[in-house]
Structure formats: C-alpha cells, structure tokens
Design a protein around this ligand. Structure first.
Ligand code: HEM
Length: 144
C-alpha cells in the first residue's frame, strides 16, 4: 500500500504543478490577449484554450487522487491527522471550483467583445491565485 500511496501522492503533486502552471499562466496569456490585434488574438485564444484543457486534466487529477489517498493512506475521513485544516481545504477547493466556473463564463463574454467582462477578468485571475495558494496552505498545514 505504501508504494501505491507514493504513486498517488506523485500524481497529486504532478497535478498540483500543472494546476499552478495554469493558475499563474492563464492570466498572463489573458492580459496579452486583451491588448492583442485581431490576428494575434486568435493565436493567443488557442493557447488559452490549450492551457484550459491542461487545467481540467490537473483538476481531475487532484479530485481523483485526493479522495483515494484519504482512504488508502489514512483509512477514511474519521482518521485524518488534522480534520479542521482538511475541511478548510475542502471548502476552499469548492470555492476554487466556483471561481474557475465564473471566471470561464466571464472570459467567454470577454472573448465575445463584452468590455465590462474583459475589465472584470483580472479580478477572477487574482481570486483564483489567492484561493489556489490558500488550498495549498491548508493542505501543507494539514498533512505536512
Ligand atoms: C485544488 C485542489 C487541491 C490542491 C491544490 C491540493 C494540494 C495538496 C498539496 C499541496 C498536498 C501536499 C501537502 C503535504 O504533504 O505537505 C496535498 C496532499 C493531500 N491532499 Fe490535496 N489538494 C487538492 C485536492 C484534494 C482533494 C479534493 C482531496 C481529498 C478529498 C485531497 C486530499 C489530499 C491528501 C489525503 C493529501 C495527503 C497526501 C499525503 O500526505 O500522502 N486533496 N494536497
């Protein structure tokens, strides 16, 4: 079981890295996109779509390996070393999913030419970064 847990943690942390690349990288691409000429906008839009697909993969990796480790490493929710921090992490994961969902809906509007949505997008990016880092803080305090 210990080797399986090592593999699961490896996948969890690999997904974490990929999620971080998207969390910090998408706002950079988005900022360039907002300033780009129409020709460059299509290319940058394709890059943003590609990073978004990788972010989906990263989220799936985190959401699948995390719950499995709760069972295989700790023996269930009732036996976690620091339940308060774990549940804080879970609440923040839900908040993060909400921010991502709203941010994507807003980005679609901005790509469609909605100027108010475009002006709002950096706030979603910042919220995503803050919540993502807060999830990691809770994870490290909980399991570190
Ligand atoms: C956005 C989603 C997530 C992020 C950013 C994240 C981040 C992290 C990080 C940074 C660690 C390493 C902590 C350390 O060892 O010091 C970790 C470990 C862990 N995470 Fe997550 N996690 C996420 C989702 C989840 C979910 C949904 C669950 C379970 C329901 C979960 C369960 C675990 C468990 C059990 C460990 C401990 C693994 C071990 O010590 O071997 N995670 N997570």
């Amino acid at each position: 079981m210990s080797f399986l847990n090592s593999i699961l943690l490896w996948l969890h942390l690999g997904s974490l890295g990929l999620a971080g690349a998207a969390t910090f990288g998408l706002p950079v691409v988005g900022a360039q996109l907002a300033r780009a000429e129409p020709a460059g906008r299509a290319a940058l839009g394709a890059v943003a779509m590609q990073i978004t697909k990788l972010a989906n993969l990263a989220l799936a990796g985190l959401l699948v390996t995390g719950p499995i480790m709760v069972g295989t490493k700790f023996g269930g929710l009732g036996k976690l070393p620091d339940p308060a921090w774990f549940w804080a992490k879970m609440v923040l994961v839900v908040v993060l999913l909400g921010v991502i969902h709203m941010g994507r809906a807003n980005a679609k509007k901005a790509m469609g030419g909605d100027g108010t949505a475009a002006a709002r997008q950096p706030k979603f990016a910042l919220a995503g970064i803050v919540v993502y880092l807060s999830v990691i803080l809770c994870a490290v305090v909980s399991f570190g």
